[in-house]
Design a protein around this ligand. Structure first.
Ligand SMILES: Cc1cc2nc3c(=O)[nH]c(=O)nc-3n(C[C@H](O)[C@H](O)[C@H](O)COP(=O)(O)OP(=O)(O)OC[C@H]3O[C@@H](n4cnc5c(N)ncnc54)[C@H](O)[C@@H]3O)c2cc1C
Length: 493
């Protein structure tokens, strides 16, 4: 029987990101996918600021940015939200196809030694006190892999979730979205075009030269999951709402989806975890699902690595669920609200008018925008500082080795103790093997926390590998730091 540290079921964006994180930390992985090969299909068409930051923290963004197109605004239920004044280097939505993100993550995970084993569906598992025995099907018969952990990144119909007996409660679909990726003989004048109609919305978006994604959202019918939608059906629906088919032809992909919103009630059963769509599904309103999955992976990866390699306690693994479950629950909640806001009819029109007025109020726009972009996340790290639990701002720094910025310090995926303003480095010799210590000057005296405002730049901060602040202090001593290191990095050596 083969052995490894972690079996990852599913090589979508979530599984790929997790594989990258684990390999970066030197953890052995088996990255399995049931499909014979990647389909090249793209459900998602964009990523938000926090995901761009997370990718940038690992040096994965530079190759991706030129393959996408920045769009200054996002939306809430179709009502425009301006992100341009958000305190991030990426105050926009990046329109980039999921297939491009998967290709890039696949390439980078493969470079680190985690290439996808296609045609390898996880079909069963059995766990005991020391590991998980995973059963893998495939054209050449079944085989078994023994690992310390199994992570189900196997999408909304997750086999791992079902086998683990994890409940997936939520609400059923009430609307249907339909997509066709097509060529247009008679395209609309603008590359992004959308309108509301009596029975639903329709839009046309040019992601790449040569083809458009047409979307119809019908508020008056629900297509069963798995029901066939032909190109002709799609065209009929589009014409019914838009009054034209823009000369659509040569379909590459036609599909439909609903607004069922469900969430796993647990993300962990012993040595088995769920991440990404396996843990939560919802309407793609605001384009949040892939972002959630990538961020789940980046929350879980270093915790698994610290437990396997770094002497961390098993309780660190429990924080994956306590931190990430509420974040996805919030997304389900906001997508339900967005679906309600998108319906047709005079009642919804009135609600949209009022919401539109409210969004003109800066605080409302910020609250909604920071939620959609996930820039406002605050985990409970138990430390007492305005930065604790929040994403560390990407401040410009000067170090002995030259100019840099905070997020660039996270490339190695290791925790970082950042000591600023000429403060002495707190004595933490028992963690020197696991923590990078960086002394620097911040080029600004004040740091901006999105949605909160400016605070004085701290004297020191312990940064988790995912870019969230475990501990910070204005006058750093070892008080509080030792506790934070023990919790987030592991017991002293
Ligand atoms: C129309 C639409 C538009 C969207 N737009 C956006 C957007 O703009 N922005 C955004 O952030 N999100 C968007 N999403 C959501 C996004 O596509 C998903 O959230 C994302 O694909 C989830 O990634 P994942 O890796 O968790 O799961 P998936 O992408 O579903 O990948 C799961 C993988 O697991 C494999 N698998 C399944 N079963 C097994 C098994 N038993 N063993 C091994 N492998 C298995 C599958 O073959 C697949 O490769 C959209 C979704 C839809 C439907």
């Amino acid at each position: 029987m083969d052995t490894t540290d972690v079996v990852i079921a599913g090589a979508g964006p979530t599984g790929l990101m997790l594989a990258y994180e684990l390999r970066l930390a030197g953890v052995e992985v088996a990255l399995l996918d049931g499909l014979p090969a990647r389909t090249g299909e793209s459900r998602a068409g964009g990523i938000h600021a926090r995901t761009m930051e997370i990718l940038d923290q690992r040096g994965l963004l530079d190759d991706l940015l030129p393959q996408g197109r920045p769009i200054q605004a996002g939306h809430f239920g179709g009502l425009p939200l301006d992100f341009s004044d958000f305190n991030t280097r990426y105050p926009y939505t990046l329109a980039v196809l999921q297939s491009v993100i998967e290709r890039e993550l696949d390439r980078r995970a493969t470079e680190l030694g985690a290439s996808v084993q296609w045609g390898s569906p996880v079909t069963g598992f059995r766990q005991d006190a020391t590991g998980v025995e995973v059963e893998v099907g495939g054209p050449e018969g079944s085989r078994r892999i023994r690992a310390a952990y199994l992570v189900g990144c196997d999408g909304g119909r997750s086999t791992v979730r079902k086998l683990a007996g994890i409940d997936f409660a939520g609400t059923d679909a009430t609307v249907t979205g339909m997509i066709a990726d097509v060529e247009l003989a008679d395209p609309p004048a603008q590359p992004f075009f959308g309108q509301r109609g009596d029975a639903g919305d329709f839009s046309a978006v040019q992601f790449e030269p040569g083809w458009y994604r047409l979307v119809v959202q019908r508020h008056d019918r629900v297509l069963e999951r798995g029901a066939e939608l032909t190109f002709e059906d799609f065209r009929d629906n589009f014409i019914e709402l838009a009054g034209t088919d823009f000369g659509m032809h040569s379909p590459r992909w036609v599909t439909h989806y609903g607004d069922a919103a469900r969430q796993a009630d647990r993300y962990r059963v012993g040595r088995v975890f769920l991440a990404g769509d396996a843990a939560h599904i919802h309407y793609p309103a605001g384009g949040q699902g892939q972002n959630l999955g990538v961020q789940d992976a980046v929350n879980l990866g270093w915790k698994l690595a610290a437990t396997l390699r770094g002497n961390a306690s098993d309780e660190l693994l429990d924080t994956y669920e306590t931190e990430r479950h509420p974040i996805a629950a919030r997304v389900l909640h906001n997508t339900r609200a967005q679906t309600a806001l998108s319906r047709s009819g005079p009642h919804t029109d009135a609600l949209r008018d009022i919401m539109s007025d409210l969004i003109d109020i800066d605080q409302v726009r910020q609250r909604l925008g920071l939620m959609i972009t996930a820039l406002d996340i605050r985990y409970d790290t138990k430390a007492d500082h305005p930065l604790a639990g929040r994403r560390v701002p990407d401040a410009d720094l000067t170090t002995e080795g030259g100019d840099t910025r905070v997020h660039a310090l996270l490339r190695s995926g290791r925790p970082v103790l950042l000591v600023l303003g000429g403060n002495d480095v707190p004595a933490i010799p028992q963690w020197h093997d696991r923590v990078e210590i960086v002394t620097a000057e911040s080029r600004t005296d004040r740091w901006t926390i999105p949605g909160v405002g400016d605070i004085p730049c701290p004297g020191a901060a312990l940064l988790r590998p995912d870019g969230y602040v475990a501990w910070a202090a204005d006058d750093p001593t070892t008080a509080g730091l030792v506790e934070a290191l023990t919790t987030w990095v592991g017991a002293p050596a």
